[in-house]
Design a protein around this ligand. Structure first.
Ligand SMILES: CC(C)(COP(=O)(O)OP(=O)(O)OC[C@H]1O[C@@H](n2cnc3c(N)ncnc32)[C@H](O)[C@@H]1OP(=O)(O)O)[C@@H](O)C(=O)NCCC(=O)NCCS
Length: 165
């Protein structure tokens, strides 16, 4: 299995995977903003990759992460925030999620980032357990109605954090 950068050519795959896997709708432009030089007014630093299944040679998972700063004037990054991580249902439990998490940790090491943060909806028990198994811990209380799902329902979110040594 291998990871490839999200590019203009394959960004639609990332969008489609998120559409299939997540209860929240992320528009195509949400993934396009991670492409370098696409928006000169956006100074955010993004990292996004697709995971390819070797048998079909096609993307089956994706992540998009963003470098976090304490505030808009801060020059020193505070960590990495996972905006999206998803594996297509038929390809889950094959280590693709773990592979992407390892890639996210490599991004942190390469950029001297010591903290990874993610929001998880409170009803997503599988993902909550998965993150905890990978060293994430809940920080703070649930954020009420943080998510609006495609069906219009609202869901609380938990903040999970992993500190890297
Ligand atoms: C959360 C998510 C990204 C995890 O991805 P994944 O590829 O299924 O994760 P992994 O395969 O690395 O690990 C899942 C489990 O499969 C097990 N597993 C991995 N490889 C395996 C194999 N070859 N054989 C059997 N089990 C295996 C792992 O041990 C792990 O077990 P655990 O759930 O008890 O921890 C995925 O479930 C997903 O996309 N969910 C829907 C979207 C979502 O909720 N995203 C998170 C939003 S914050």
């Amino acid at each position: 299995m291998s990871l490839v950068e999200v590019t203009e050519t394959n960004v639609y795959n990332a969008f489609m995977i998120s559409q299939q896997c997540l209860p929240v709708a992320f528009p195509l432009k949400f993934f396009q903003e991670s492409l370098k030089n696409i928006n000169e007014h956006d100074s955010s630093i993004y990292f996004s990759k697709l995971v390819l299944d070797p048998k079909i040679g096609y993307p089956v998972g994706c992540f998009k992460a963003k470098m976090l700063f304490k505030n808009s004037t801060s020059a020193v990054p505070d960590g990495l925030y996972i905006e999206v991580i998803a594996v297509c249902a038929n390809y889950q439990n094959k280590n693709y999620g773990t592979l992407m998490l390892e890639s996210i940790e490599d991004v942190c090491k390469d950029n001297y980032l010591r903290k990874i943060t993610v929001h998880v909806s409170i009803d997503n028990i599988k993902s909550l357990e998965w993150y905890k198994k990978h060293g994430f811990q809940q920080t703070g209380k649930a954020l009420p109605n943080y998510y609006t799902f495609k069906n219009g329902s609202k869901m609380d979110a938990l903040v999970l954090t992993k500190h890297l040594s």
